[in-house]
Design a protein around this ligand. Structure first.
Ligand code: NAD
Length: 366
């Protein structure tokens, strides 16, 4: 297994491989870049078929967090961790505590939050052995409601703000009355996004692989149920993928009828060139890591005890960031995903440059 020459390595600052035979823990922690601050990112537990698969996943996810936090102007770096194992079979308190012990040994360069396969209670168990876990505090959330650390409400609200910015830019309208939106996946984020849209007067179509999730959106929000094959290709204004990645691909893009894609799922583009493919079809794509940053913003502020108003004000800036992406994309006739990457790099490389200047200044002083 290659590490430094791995195609996804991308100059990661630090990688650690943990093994604890007593509890069965096998984990990898990847810290991509800490120029803006400690690397914060989810701890995923998944039954990876090979070590190679786990390494590839953690490297890609970790890099993605650097971009997301930098674009959201957070003083955070990017990192991620994976535990190799089936969460339904292999997750024990002892294993989670062992993970906590290992996180502690990293001294805070990486801070773990929940991700698929781990939950807030799991992070609390890790927290018995380390202070470097986030997203677990009970407090009043950004929306004035009690929050147990679940970032989904902030992610859904940020996605709603971003979707409105995309509609304003592409369709030239400020209100969402009668706007037709198709949502793929009405889970924690998708359902809440649907509720925001309903309150703003939008018309909704939904599809979810779990019939009860779909039915809840139909019963509570008056959404129209759609099918797996149709949801992305309905004659609507906006498509909001909120389930899984890689749904914007060679097959789906030619069939899209919406002119705006604005959803919360990570890694929506199957390949980087699908960014250009969307532009070529005249479809405005709100880059996933820009629009779904509400959760990481919320988790960041949990750590310094900021007021709900501060958190909400920061989540609101997702709209401004997207407007800047759209404007720069129009001006340079380039696709929005490429512009978002460039803006994120400007934000974390500037900090890296600043850090690299320090030794020189110290030498001068000395
Ligand atoms: P979730 O598991 O609560 O919801 C996902 C929903 O999608 C579920 O209802 C599931 O049944 C449904 N689904 C799965 N496969 C599907 C398919 N093929 N077609 C239709 N529906 C399908 O997860 P979530 O927390 O709502 O996250 C949704 C997406 O947003 C994920 O991609 C996640 O990585 C991303 N995201 C979430 C957050 C957050 O704060 N929760 C933050 C950033 C990004």
């Amino acid at each position: 297994m290659n590490v430094f020459s791995h195609p996804e390595f991308d100059n990661h600052e630090h990688l650690s491989f943990f093994c604890d035979p007593e509890t069965g823990l096998k984990a990898i922690v990847a810290t991509h870049n800490t120029s803006r601050g400690p690397a914060l990112g989810g701890c995923r537990m998944f039954p990876y078929a090979t070590d190679e698969e786990a390494l590839r996943d953690v490297l890609r996810l970790s890099r993605g967090m650097t971009y997301k936090s930098a674009l959201a102007n957070l003083d955070l770096g990017g990192g991620k961790s994976v535990i190799i194992g089936n969460p339904r079979k292999h997750k024990t308190e002892a294993l989670l505590e062992a993970m906590g012990k290992h996180l502690e040994s990293l001294g805070g360069q990486y801070i773990a939050a929940e991700d698929s396969g781990t939950s807030v209670p799991d992070l609390k168990v890790m927290g018995r052995r380390t202070q470097h876990v986030a997203g677990i505090a009970e407090r009043i959330g950004f929306d004035g409601q009690p929050s147990s650390g679940d970032p989904s409400p902030a992610t859904a609200y940020g996605t709603f703000i971003g979707l409105k910015a995309a509609v304003r830019h592409k369709l030239g309208r400020n209100d969402l009355k009668g706007l037709k939106v198709a949502i793929q996946g009405v889970g924690n984020v998708g359902f809440r996004l649907a509720r925001h849209l309903k309150e703003a007067g939008a018309q909704l179509w939904v599809y979810d692989i779990f019939a009860d999730n779909m039915q809840r959106a139909v019963d509570e929000l008056g959404a129209t149920p759609a099918s797996a094959g149709d949801i992305l290709h309905l004659p609507v204004d906006v498509v909001a993928p909120c389930a899984m990645g890689a749904v914007l691909n060679d097959e789906s893009i030619p069939q899209l009828k919406a002119t705006v894609v604005a959803g919360a799922a990570n890694n929506l583009l199957e390949r980087p060139d699908h960014d250009q493919a969307l532009k070529d079809r005249g479809i405005l794509y709100a880059p996933d890591f820009a629009i779904n940053a509400g959760g990481i913003i919320d988790v960041f502020y949990e750590r310094n005890g900021a007021s709900p108003e501060t958190v909400r004000a920061h989540v609101d800036t997702i709209g401004d960031t997207l407007m800047e992406i759209f404007t720069r994309a129009d001006r340079s006739d380039r696709p929005t995903g490429a512009i978002a990457n460039e803006m994120a790099e400007e934000r974390f490389r500037k900090h890296t440059a600043h850090i690299e200047e320090i030794p020189e200044r110290l030498t001068q002083v000395g």
